[in-house]
Write a protein that binds this ligand. Structure first.
Ligand code: NAP
Length: 436
């Protein structure tokens, strides 16, 4: 018998559990831990609430969770409620699938002003993550600045632009919908320190900006390189750049019809954020040129009005006591997924925050191949029996998958019309909802 602990119940965690069951069948016991009482990680609190088709992958994870030899152990934080050394006593392999839940910091003057947020916090807020439910952003100003040109920046710009009707069918949480309803934003500037050919936005997501009811995307023609230059780009990026060219061709009359303008500001690197009475008011930006793919400051600076700033410049993993961490890269120190004997990582915790949800599937299968090579037939460790004893002695309040199903039923029952669910946004309500 092999005893496997997976820490984190997001895509990386459940693809790894799936791979373990496929590889070893009945000869494995898998415990999937999560510090929250609810599963699915980024699917629940990262993927945008209006991207329900992507969230649908949770049905696949549910199948894995319901396999007889897989268990969800919610509301238990590895490193706090139970140490990594303790987990290693019980399990042949402990696999960190904890993602990258922290913001990469902007690290500049003014980044701590009120109404300046990192995307982990801001996305967590509109998705009902209990750690960020009380964020309370202020949408009474006219100008928002979103920093970064990746898909998260697109998610944020789109959520800031949508009308109530456009959120129909989404699971955006009520507190976010209420505040966004009163938004007075007129411009959303997306700042990219490099140019149109260096964006990280993918075409499907970028194309959605064309279909917003009250916002339209604006690209300055003069920022675009000659069309012939696109030929060398890989096909996805070429499509995205073609969309930027389409945005640049939108006639002024269309812009006049939409009250919100989404402005793409390329070759624009943020330098400092300025405020009045502790609240953000503007952002200082330096013009750049791109040389050999790198942004080089030109020394020319300008000030953009900003009543709200959301920085979408990437994420970092959270270190765990006793697990080697690569501070510079912001993830666990690992060699292709191996951290130390018996200790592994997978997904964003292993390779950093890039790729799609699906990228985690080969990652999960890969780490199980490593574990298989390392542990062979397994050992005589006690697995979940040993953990359960410790949990009882420590009075840990474990949330099971059956409990989660009750929480889910309660969320579905509370959904506003047309929405799939209304999420609980605090841990106490989640825990209370599992009781009949
Ligand atoms: P990302 O794709 O890596 O984009 C980060 C952006 O931030 C880049 O434009 C980067 O510019 C910029 N940036 C980094 N440091 C900066 C700084 N100090 N100042 C200014 N700009 C800075 O990251 P992400 O948007 O957080 O997305 C993470 C992953 O999740 C990606 O793989 C993404 O595709 C995926 N995702 C997918 C979806 C979807 O498929 N619908 C939705 C959301 C996220 P440089 O390129 O110049 O470094």
């Amino acid at each position: 018998m092999r005893h496997i602990a997976i820490v984190g119940s997001g895509p990386a965690g459940y693809y790894t559990a799936e791979a373990a069951v496929k590889k070893w069948g009945e000869d494995v016991r898998v415990d999937v831990f999560d510090r929250l009482p609810v599963p699915y990680g980024l699917i629940r609190t990262g993927v945008a609430p209006d991207h329900q088709s992507i969230k649908g992958v949770s049905r696949r994870y549910e199948k894995v969770a319901l396999a007889g030899n897989v268990r969800f152990v919610g509301n238990v934080s590895a490193g706090d409620d139970v140490t990594v050394a303790e987990l290693q006593q019980f399990y042949d392999a402990v696999i960190f699938a904890t993602g990258a839940p922290e913001d990469r910091k902007l690290g500049m003057e003014g980044d701590d002003l009120a109404n300046v947020y990192g995307s982990a916090a801001f996305v967590g807020w509109y998705n009902g993550h209990p750690h960020f439910a009380n964020l309370d952003p202020d949408f009474s100003g006219r100008h928002a600045v979103v920093i970064g040109m990746g898909n998260v920046a697109l998610d944020v710009a789109r959520i800031l632009s949508k009308t109530d009707e456009e959120f129909a069918g989404s699971d955006i949480v009520a507190h976010a919908l209420d505040l966004l309803r009163g938004s007075r934003l007129e411009t959303i500037t997306i700042l990219g320190r490099r140019g149109p050919q260096q964006i990280m936005m993918t075409p499907k997501e970028l194309g959605e900006l064309m279909h917003l009811r009250r916002a339209s995307p604006h690209v300055d023609k003069s920022d675009l390189p000659p069309e012939g230059d696109d030929a060398i780009l890989e096909p996805g990026l070429r499509k995205s750049v073609t969309l930027l060219r389409d945005f640049a061709a939108i006639p002024q009359s269309i812009h006049g019809e939409t009250p919100i303008s989404i402005e793409f500001d390329f070759f624009a690197s943020p330098r400092a954020i300025h405020g009045v009475d502790g609240h953000v008011r503007s952002i200082e930006v330096e013009r750049t040129t791109v040389e050999a793919g790198r942004a080089i400051g030109t020394g020319e600076t300008y000030e953009l009005p900003a009543d709200l700033v959301v920085s979408c410049i990437g994420y970092r993993s959270s270190p765990v006591e006793g697990v080697p961490f690569d501070e510079r890269a912001g993830r666990f120190a690992n060699d292709e997924g191996r951290i130390l004997p018996g200790l592994y990582c997978v997904g964003w915790a292993k390779r950093g925050p890039s790729g799609t949800i699906g990228t985690n599937r080969p990652d999960g299968y890969g780490v199980i191949d490593l574990v298989d090579a390392d542990i062979g037939l397994g050992s005589r460790k006690r697995g979940r029996e040993g953990f359960d004893e410790l949990a009882e002695a420590r009075r840990l309040d474990i949330v099971t998958f059956r409990d989660w199903q009750k929480i889910e039923e309660a969320e579905e029952a509370a959904a506003r019309e047309g929405a799939p669910r209304e999420k609980f946004v605090d841990i106490e309500s989640m825990i209370a909802a599992r009781r009949p």
